[in-house]
Design a binder for this molecule. Structure first.
Ligand code: LM2
Ligand code: CA
Length: 747
């Protein structure tokens, strides 16, 4: 959805540019064309393991002119040492220093790509750190077991206590998949506010450099609500989440669509199977009818860096090693109206661990990868794949197919309304026939075999008659593709329209709607091994559960500090506590501290351990970005929870919520309640339920175990109007383990 908004903003700017252009050229024969007015960018490329300096040049020389929307880059943070490609998936720190280059090189790349209309998407590794063990990262940071100095320590990780090794073994167990370790990688406690803040700080740092979106690595291994919270702290950037769902597991890709786009892996394995062993004739309804996600939620590819080498789900996928078959599968993917396609760009390899070619291959004069040599494959420069980017951009307003034809076997053709036509011959013999193309009469460049530039085609052309028919020969294992942006006789090529507005200004972080940052500073001396935390009566302060208390930073010892987002206009009670490495807790011996958060801006608490009334609290209003609590909100329930004598166990459990609720057109059903996972009674952060089984609305959420929950269902319409359930709050207590199902009816 985000990219549609972006495309709309782009379109608005282009219309303005074109209107100005028409004024200038009014009365002349040079008119702005349809191509200029309506061409968004709809395809991105993964330049796997490329260096930042090379990507900057590739944007300027190739990706911008060819109309690519964005580049997915390899993880840019500091990683473990080693030659294997997958070292990049073991973060050591969030410094922007990696095998691909320095922070300065990264920043230069982002701005140079942006200048030619190409966004940067970062592969964000946020589920875990390194494999459990010790070592030193590529920027010199050292780490030991569950300890990354200045970033994370033991309590910031899951220690699931299963399978002897804490590793995931049973993918049928939701809790295990999200709370145990993926191949021994230290699993971050993404439910913890400290971890969420660190991750958001990393994402915000990248956004401040101009990064436009993120691939969320290993998203299946984090609860939906954890990702939602982290993204809300990073101003909800464009994301696409890696949820490998081939069916048969409790965690599904569909659960993640409320957060943003999701990678549809069924697309990859099915397109591979169809092109390798099945029949193209059977693909006329390729898409949601095959059990795929809705098209506007799906990021798709023929193959990615994992499954092309037998990692990450793998399966029978098609890769560059399949040669012309791979070309045809990508021509199909780029012509076919489903999803947001990612083109894979690879290097050659003979074993699945092998890292990228060493830098000496760059010494070829141009200092760019030797595409087409023995090292870098550069599928994105193959003519068929590269020119289909303009095809997809140009045909995006006709996002449907017509004139489907097949020979019942592996020769097919189809039109994209009156804007484009493609024929694919996946057989050993040439195909000659008269096709219904759907195109207006004229002469078109066959962009499979020629480039269209400055009104001329460097290869063969095809003539379409007044009835829209054309007689074409498609050679064995080849394709022919025509589109209105590559028509001889006056149409300006879409591929050369560089749109400088494609990357609208990336906003810097704004506070979470309905919450205000509160700076806690407490002067407290501690013994070796002790840390200071804050714990209080609301979910963001751990709901008086010392296991969920928020760790403060000792960077300015003896002042312990932390900034925590708390609900606005809310009466807070809290205390500071000390915990030692064995988990022993020391409470402040004074009465609970209390204050009310301001409605906007921020607040600061400067206090001293065990000294009552030592506060000097200040609130700074920042009206521009503050979101008031809606007038229709029900009162926040009093949470006079007594301080428990002992800490309750930590952990979270899955709850299936189902509510039977009829709605009017435009309304959706949400739930909101007293814990962060339920939006802390802020309707702006309420959790959207799925209407897949209407009138039953459903969602599965992870909520803290052993916790008293209060909530209500609400309905919101497209204008944001909220309707609350009548009656008192619903309430129940989460169990300590297992899965709970609630079947409710709207009241
Ligand atoms: C992903 N998706 O969820 C990435 O797309 C995938 O490439 C990553 O795995 C994975 N998540 C973790 O970020 C790759 C690679 C693994 C490799 C990990 C960590 O597929 O083989 O694991 O990165 O570098 C390697 C070793 C493995 C070892 C682990 C920890 O292959 O044997 O586990 O490191 O030391 C004992
Ligand atoms: Ca996890």
């Amino acid at each position: 959805m985000q990219r549609l908004n972006r495309a709309m903003a782009q379109l608005t700017m282009l219309v303005l540019v074109v209107l100005l252009g028409s004024l200038t050229f009014f009365g002349s024969t040079t008119k702005p064309t349809q191509a200029q007015v309506s061409t968004p960018r709809t395809v991105f490329v993964h330049l796997f393991e490329w260096k930042w300096t090379d990507i900057a040049k590739e944007c300027e020389n190739w990706l911008g002119p060819k109309g690519f929307s964005a580049v997915q880059v390899s993880p840019p943070q500091e990683h473990v040492q080693g030659s294997q490609w997958w070292t990049r998936y073991q973060p050591v720190s969030y410094q922007i220093q990696s095998r691909s280059g320095t922070r300065a090189e990264f920043a230069d790349m982002v701005s140079r790509c942006k200048a030619v209309g190409v966004d940067i998407y970062v592969d964000a590794v946020i589920n875990h750190m390194t494999g459990v063990g010790s070592g030193t990262g590529v920027a010199g940071s050292s780490y030991t077991n569950y300890n990354y100095p200045g970033i994370y320590q033991n309590q910031d990780f899951h220690h699931c206590g299963r399978n002897g090794t804490d590793d995931i073994s049973n993918y049928q167990d939701r809790w295990e998949v999200q709370n145990c370790e993926l191949v021994n990688l230290a699993d971050l406690a993404t439910e913890s506010i400290h971890v969420r803040s660190k991750l958001a700080a990393y994402l915000n740092d990248l956004r401040s450099l101009g990064v436009a979106g993120f691939r969320i690595d290993a998203a299946k291994h984090m609860p939906v609500a954890d990702i939602a919270d982290i993204m809300s702290r990073a101003s909800n950037p464009y994301i696409y989440q890696e949820v490998i769902d081939q069916g048969g597991e409790p965690i599904t890709s569909a659960e993640y669509t409320p957060n943003g786009d999701v990678i549809e892996f069924k697309y990859s394995t099915n397109i591979g199977r169809m092109f390798k062993t099945d029949k193209l004739a059977n693909m006329s309804n390729f898409g949601t009818a095959w059990g795929f996600l809705p098209s506007d939620s799906a990021v798709v590819f023929t193959d990615n860096h994992d499954n092309q080498r037998g990692h990450g789900g793998a399966g029978n996928v098609v890769t560059f090693k399949d040669g012309s078959l791979y070309n045809l599968a990508n021509v199909f993917a780029l012509a076919w109206p489903y999803g947001y396609p990612q083109v894979m760009s690879s290097y050659n390899f003979s074993n699945g661990d092998q890292g990228p070619p060493s830098s000496n291959v760059y010494a070829n004069g141009s200092n760019t990868p030797d595409c087409g040599g023995n090292n870098w494959v550069c599928e994105h420069r193959w003519r068929g794949i590269a020119n289909m980017v303009s095809f997809r951009n140009y045909t995006s307003s006709a996002f449907s197919t017509s004139n489907w034809w097949s020979n019942g076997n592996n020769q097919i053709s189809f039109s994209r309304g009156s804007l484009g036509f493609v024929a694919i011959n996946r057989e050993g013999n040439n195909l000659t026939r008269t096709f219904a193309t759907g195109l207006p009469a004229g002469t078109y460049c066959d962009v499979m075999h020629g480039d269209f530039s400055n009104g001329a085609c460097s290869g063969p052309t095809v003539t379409v008659d007044n009835a829209g028919n054309a007689t074409i020969t498609v050679n064995a294992m080849e394709a022919v593709a025509l589109h209105g942006g590559a028509k001889l006789g006056g149409v300006v090529p879409t591929a050369t329209v560089i749109n400088p507005t494609a990357t609208s200004v990336v906003p810097t972080a704004t506070p979470i709607a309905g919450s205000v940052p509160v700076n806690f500073n407490v002067n407290a001396t501690t013994n070796l091994g002790q840390n200071v935390y804050v714990v209080g009566n609301i979910a963001a302060l751990g709901s008086w559960n010392t296991a969920n208390a928020i760790l403060l930073s000792s960077a300015n010892y003896p002042i312990w500090s932390g900034t925590i987002n708390l609900p606005a206009n809310t009466a807070i009670e809290y205390k500071y506590i000390k915990k030692d490495s064995a988990g022993a807790v020391t409470w402040e011996s004074i009465a609970n501290r209390s204050f009310t958060t301001p409605g906007s801006g921020s607040a600061t608490r400067n206090e001293t351990w065990n000294v009552t009334g030592s506060n000097s609290s200040t609130a700074t209003p920042v009206p521009a970005t503050a979101t008031p609590i809606p007038a229709t909100a029900t009162p926040i329930p009093a949470t006079a929870t007594p301080i428990p004598a002992t800490a309750t166990p930590s952990g979270s459990i899955g709850i299936n919520f189902n509510v039977n609720a009829t709605t009017v057109w435009g309304q959706n059903v949400y739930m909101v309640g007293n814990v962060a996972g339920l939006g802390s009674w802020n309707t702006a952060n309420a959790v959207l339920l799925s209407s897949a089984s209407y009138p039953v609305w459903s969602s599965t959420l992870n909520l803290p175990a052993n916790t008293a929950i209060e909530f209500k269902y609400i309905k919101k319409d497209g204008s944001g109007n909220v309707t609350w359930e009548s009656g008192t709050n619903r309430s129940f207590t989460t169990p300590s383990s297992g899965i709970l199902t609630r079947n409710d009816s709207w009241q």
